[in-house]
Design a protein around this ligand. Structure first.
Ligand code: HEM
Length: 131
């Protein structure tokens, strides 16, 4: 596949990790406050935590995709679409979490990361089976 596309997955993986640390640092400044963001179990606080965790989780997914493409022997549209699916998923998931934490009625926005990640995963599985 286009190695520039996979390179973007690698960059995004490390960017996600660094941003995840930064969000964790922000949490660390406030989490001792009993009622911060409405308390530990509040919807807003849960969505912020999900944003924090998704930065690491999807960094891992993008990193795995980067490594997986090393075994692809030729360029393919499916692998390129998968690459962009993982990029869009990793960018949009934490953004959705932070938006929906404040505007729960926009929760349908989660369809963007869910569909793009599902597409990326399915196409990668297809390429792995084929190779
Ligand atoms: C600079 C590094 C990090 C800092 C400062 C940090 C900080 C925090 C803080 C303060 C919380 C509590 C949030 C709350 O009270 O609502 C939290 C939750 C969490 N963090 Fe991090 N974190 C860091 C890195 C990581 C990493 C590397 C992972 C996993 C790969 C991770 C996974 C989680 C998870 C799963 C929770 C939720 C825990 C629970 O609800 O019981 N964090 N983090």
């Amino acid at each position: 596949m286009n190695s520039h596309a996979a390179q973007l997955n690698l960059i995004l993986a490390w960017l996600g990790i660094v941003l995840g640390f930064a969000v964790g640092f922000f949490f660390g400044l406030n989490f001792h406050k009993e009622h911060w963001m409405g308390g530990y179990t509040s919807f807003r606080r849960r969505l912020y935590r999900l944003g924090h965790i998704s930065l690491f989780g999807l960094a891992w997914v993008n990193f795995l995709f980067y490594l997986t493409t090393k075994s692809f022997t030729r360029a393919s549209t499916a692998a390129t679409v998968a690459s962009w699916g993982f990029v869009l998923g990793a960018v949009s998931m934490p953004i959705c979490c932070f938006i929906i934490a404040h505007r729960p009625r926009f929760r349908a926005l989660f369809l963007v990361p869910v569909v793009s990640l599902f597409t990326g995963g399915t196409l990668t599985l297809w390429e792995v089976i084929k190779s």
